[in-house]
Design a binder for this molecule. Sequence first.
Ligand SMILES: Cc1cc2nc3c(=O)[nH]c(=O)nc-3n(C[C@H](O)[C@H](O)[C@H](O)COP(=O)(O)O)c2cc1C
Length: 171
Amino acid sequence: MNFNELVHHRYSVRAYKPDAVEQEKLDLLLRAFQAAPTAANRQPFRLYVIETEKYKAELQQLYNRDWFVQAPLVFGVVAVNDEAWIRRDGVNYAMVDATIAFDHLILQAAELGLGTCWIAAFDPTAARQLLHLPANWTPVAFTPVGYPADEIKPKKRRQLVELIIYHSEQP
Ligand SMILES: Cc1cc2nc3c(=O)[nH]c(=O)nc-3n(C[C@H](O)[C@H](O)[C@H](O)COP(=O)(O)O)c2cc1C
């Protein structure tokens, strides 16, 4: 699968098989996460790898959907704000860096035939409790990781004409 095929092939998987994820594939996911670029190369984040079976009740508190706990693993990315590069106007890039790294992992998963689904609508208090997060660490996103039990649906996207602004054509 080339990159173009990959970006069109990835979709939000909302049904999973219970099958285990092979260690070699897990290693590739973690390496893809590690390889991501970050502002000033600070890598201001941590990735939590959670075994679903061990924390099913806590994970359901975090995001109450049956499919969230169907896969054998759930990953969570957490931004470590005081390790991040900060722009001169004060904008902290920890969440941007964490998001890029998580997306590397998600695209790598798709290439390996694994399913994922970005989840931002989780309960942050439940996430903090489960992961014992310090106050200045921000949970950014979670995803199940496992084999899909559903199929890709046609993608709904805005037209390019709406999304892209060629600045030279501005009034
Ligand atoms: C930052 C982010 C947060 C998201 N949060 C959720 C979520 O909490 N629950 C959910 O079911 N899907 C969530 N999604 C998945 C989106 O709904 C999905 O990516 C979008 O509808 C496009 O569909 P596709 O991923 O299948 O291409 C999220 C996606 C992103 C990028």
